[in-house]
Write a protein that binds this ligand. Structure first.
Ligand SMILES: [Ca+2]
Length: 185
């Protein structure tokens, strides 16, 4: 029951609240930041390990009001922009999701929460390359998982974020993308 309530809570937050608060806060926070389009064009086709190094050039800093005013950057051209004020888990996850659209077969932008603990909500990405699934949580985990659920379950097995293991993981796929296969003639 608790898990059902948590799932509804997470769904309501992501779909009904964050869907409009994130773009609104982003507009306010980024209005003076000049996007850096050239850098994204340069990095978007890099191999995962090289792309990861470029992501690490940007320092993590939480969202305003202790994460209460949570938002994701409006586009990849903001990630490496000069003076970008807040870059945290959802921005890293979003960048991996966009990178996957250029380099992978399928990708999921996922939010995880531990039971009813809203403050535990965390964004990451899972990508599919050929038949293997990889977990991108800031960096890409080199483990080759057999399924999306397998990759996600790592959060219940290992401490991947500062708050530790997710004992009662509640999952929501925020965005899903799949490469369109060309029709055989
Ligand atoms: Ca954020």
């Amino acid at each position: 029951m608790k898990r059902v309530i948590a799932k509804i809570l997470l769904w309501a937050y992501i779909r009904l609240i964050r869907s409009w608060t994130s773009p609104l806060v982003a507009t306010i926070m980024l209005w003076r930041v000049k996007p850096n389009k050239g850098v994204w064009d340069e990095y978007k086709y890099l191999h995962a390990s090289e792309f990861e190094k470029r992501l690490r050039l940007v320092k993590y800093s939480g969202d305003p009001m202790g994460g209460l005013a949570d938002y994701t950057i409006r586009g990849p051209e903001y990630f490496w922009a000069d003076g970008i004020p807040n870059i945290d888990c959802d921005d890293f996850a979003y960048m991996w999701f966009l990178w996957a659209k250029k380099n992978c077969d399928e990708a999921w932008l996922v939010v995880i929460m531990d039971g009813l603990k809203v403050e535990s909500s965390h964004y990451f990405t899972v990508v599919k390359m050929r038949d293997n699934y990889h977990l991108c949580n800031y960096n890409m985990d080199r483990t080759e998982f057999r399924s999306l659920d397998d990759a996600i379950s790592l959060f219940s097995q290992r401490s991947l974020v500062s708050r530790g293991i997710y004992k009662e993981p509640v999952i929501l796929v925020d965005k899903h993308w799949k490469q369109k296969k060309e029709k055989e003639v």
